[in-house]
Design a binder for this molecule. Sequence first.
Ligand code: ASP
Ligand code: MG
Length: 421
Amino acid sequence: MRVFKFGGASVNNVERISKLGDILKHYSEEKILIVISAMGKTTNALEKVVRSFYEGKKDEALKAFDLIREQHLTMAKQLLATQYPACEKRMKDFFTEAEWLLYDKPQREYDYYYDQVVCTGELLSTSIISFYLNEIGIANKWFDVRDVIRTDDNFRDANVDWEFTSSKVTDSIVPLFSEHNILLTQGFIGATDENESTTLGREGSDYTAAVFANMLNAESQTIWKDVESVMNADPKQFQDAQPISELNYNEVIEMAYYGAQVIHPKTIKPLQNKNIPLYVKCFLNAALPGTKIHNRPLHKLPPIIVLKENQIMIEMSSKDFSFVGEHHVADLYRLLGKIKIKPNLTQNTAISFIAVLDDRIEKIEKLALEVSEIFDVQVMKDLTLLTIRHYNKEIVEKLTKGKTILLRQETIETMQILMKQ
Ligand code: ASP
Ligand code: MG
């Protein structure tokens, strides 16, 4: 049994969806659970619908929702013939489910509405693709993942109820495999015990796939992407980025921590716990080797580069030249926790504490305001934080050439440099 995940970019047009069909033809004898995201930028578009709705701009929200409806109906028409009426019928249920909320006035918290509306993206994409695959002879069974993945009501970042979900998987999903080779469902979404929809955090479909891989004891999980494999740097920032053929779970967790947008960080734990290998493959060319991620130590990794732009450095110095002691540091961390902002780098001297943070303006203002009671606060903006795992002298020189270095920290494995252009 394998688990496949296809992201939004792999299902954003007719050609790509038919590619998905081609890939599955190679696995016709296997049992596969397929997890799919919303098409293309649908999640962003649905987010806008919710924002308009919550700001009281009902017409704008309904208009934007209508556009999403039309796009999906058009996609279904392009892909389907005999199966179109059945698909349209199911899609209409999902449109109605979201719309009856949008016609009302917001009464509950924003995040609740977000989840009720945004989950539509995955429900629509999986419906269209499931009907399409059935129509071209790739028999599959679609299911609503909200009947299986039970979460708490922490809307927009819901936590999976592991016990309930895993007994659901055993009782209702495992038996489906005796009748079907391919099961197909939504990533990113779940439901509470009151049947309210929830979402697991942006890009959460990788995680959904890992939850299923774990609970079904899959032999592997594959994430099909529009890039050839995991790269040692973001190819949009570095033209000479290189593919990496092998990684281990720890390295991926570290990369995600420093800001590499490779795989949703929550994905790793469920796989690591059962030692299930994770493959990242290119759906545009399945013959490419991709990346294999496993649990074994690796000795020779290339330098892995993560560049975080838009950083700010906030320096907090004691007003009376007293040392920054443990109680100050503890207070500062408590405050960072309260504001929910993670420092990307910290350093302290006798009388000052430095934190490098993403420039999230409301959060930074709150932080600066609160600490200014005890400290003098200085903020520097528009900085870049460079992280290099497995660094060497040449690469550090190359990447810092001509830059002003404000702060530099290193361990044996990782170097972090805060720079100004
Ligand atoms: N559709 C969701 C998002 O765009 C989940 C995902 O793609 O994994 O964040
Ligand atoms: Mg996505």
